[in-house]
Write a protein that binds this ligand. Sequence first.
Ligand code: 8Y4
Length: 282
Amino acid sequence: MDKYLQCGRFRLPLTGKNSHPLVMGILNVTPDSFSDGSDHLDLHFLLDRAEAMINAGVDIIDIGGESTRPGAQPVPLDVELQRVMPLIYALQDCGVPLSIDTYKPEVMREAQIAGIDMINDVHGFRIAGTMEAIAQGDCALCIMHMQNTPSIMQDLPVYGDVLTEVSDFFAGRITQMLQHGVAKNRLLLDVGFGFGKSLPHNLKLLKHQRLIAERFSLPVVAGLSRKSMLGTITGKPVELRMAASIGAAVTAVANGAHIVRVHDVAETVDALAIWAAADRIQ
Ligand code: 8Y4
């Protein structure tokens, strides 16, 4: 694995003395996440959330304008752009790398013009036009695995061997990326917890993520925060899943993840500091 991830204007240490598990904070720009619950974008509210994440030690801020929960409605291109672009411009010089959570090539292009440092695509750059949109440039590219599409992905997920199938999916995506001239040190892999996976599939991937990192010599991202698999294990609703989410983040890092995507940045940063301190000692 390369020592650094090329992440737009930043080079993030992945291994060695100066590295630590990286925390990617989720900043959703969707109506249910606005302060007043209306669909009026409250830029000040969102900037306050970003500032709190930065003060808590966030490593990357992931900005998303479309909910990707199972069964969620797709958002038209113009609405997504109106939601995310003001925030990207407002946070441009905040000192922390910015990620855009999108699968639309037009959003990828606009975000790169605005200086985005990472593109986080739950469709793994399989939508027509995305490869061409990202081939030039130097932003990091997070390739996530999803079986089927959000509307039907949780209906009845079936795999032969989930680790083999997810891993072979990455092999195909990486090959295509490299053929398009993408530098390997821009790539990140994410097994996509909850995206067309049952609880046993998710747990198998959580436990054995390191095999994927090692097969491709690439950093792995893990997104488990507040997800329904945590509710299945604990019996708790989404608003009571913080402790489970922190446990999941530490478990992911202990099993080979380099970056965790989370809602609760301050708590996760502290939890991972303990793991990292013990990991560094002889
Ligand atoms: C409560 C809140 C319950 C959120 C579920 C959710 C991932 C991702 C998502 C992931 C990467 C989500 C955009 C689903 N999950 N990107 N995005 N990895 N790279 N659900 O696992 O957060 S959206």
